[in-house]
Design a protein around this ligand. Structure first.
Ligand SMILES: C[S@@+](CC[C@H](N)C(=O)[O-])C[C@H]1O[C@@H](n2cnc3c(N)ncnc32)[C@H](O)[C@@H]1O
Length: 234
């Protein structure tokens, strides 16, 4: 099985954003665990698992086939995933095609994640489960509790017209709750409650060193510089 054959919404620019962020942490950050909220068929999880260092734990949380029956789910999300043959087995089969060991799998609503992952234990959290405002708010609050100092949180679909709940939750955390944006692609926003400059400089360096990506001039959000990461020619 080839990585590109796995269905999902994890595009090359974010594959680079994840790889460059995790590799930078691998060189500069103390040990820390990885967490994904919303894994679908495993595309982003497989890449995250490739960057795990010995002794670190990777946890994924997804309802998989239980999404349809979960009373907190939104009709639009039930309709959307109801057509996608989403099962835990599909995730596990795909993951096993690339890794000898599965991550810790929490099959349940992301709102339960703090019962399974220790506070301040994570260096990287990917929030890509429900895109409903209340759920993203809850996932953001969990990420804040679970991230270690200078840990990075990534939000999927922070700017699509179909996912305004995510947009509202992300900007609320940035404008009112001390979350600082680091860089953004068309699909995802990368942020931290810790230091911004070291990772931002690294992303600018990695894009420059590549022959296919670039960064835009920083956009100021109040006093916070936010860098765009995009393909060359755009
Ligand atoms: C957009 S997909 C994740 C895509 C995946 N990260 C990738 O890159 O391929 C969203 C996933 O979140 C799960 N999900 C949605 N709401 C959830 C919730 N409240 N708790 C747990 N999982 C949820 C769905 O079952 C689905 O698998």
């Amino acid at each position: 099985m080839k990585f590109d054959d796995i269905p999902g919404w994890f595009y090359p620019i974010d594959q680079a954003g994840f790889a460059w962020t995790l590799e930078f942490q691998n060189r500069t950050a103390p040990p820390g665990d990885l967490l994904e909220l919303g894994s679908f068929k495993g595309k982003s999880a497989i890449l995250m698992g490739q960057k795990l260092r010995p002794g670190e734990r990777f946890t994924v949380c997804d309802l998989f086939e239980d999404l349809a029956a979960w009373d907190g789910s939104h009709q639009t999300e039930r309709d959307f995933f109801g057509t996608k043959s989403l099962t835990r087995k599909a995730f596990e089969d795909n993951y096993r095609a690339f890794h000898a060991e599965l991550p810790q799998i929490v099959q349940g609503p992301t709102g339960t994640i703090c019962a399974h992952v220790a506070p301040a234990s994570c260096r990287f959290v990917h929030i890509d489960a429900s895109h409903v405002y209340d759920n993203v708010r809850e996932d953001t609050a969990s990420a804040r509790v679970l991230l270690q100092e200078n840990g990075v949180v990534v939000f999927d679909d922070f700017r699509k017209p179909e996912t305004l709940g995510t947009a509202a939750a992300v900007w609320e955390a940035i404008l009112n709750e001390g979350l600082k944006p680091v860089f953004a692609t068309d699909a995802k926003l990368y942020a931290t409650w810790g230091e911004v400059a070291p990772l931002q400089q690294e992303i600018i360096r990695c894009a420059k060193a590549s022959d296919w990506a670039r960064t835009g001039a920083p956009v100021m959000i109040r006093d916070m510089p936010l860098v765009r990461l995009l393909r060359k020619g755009r």
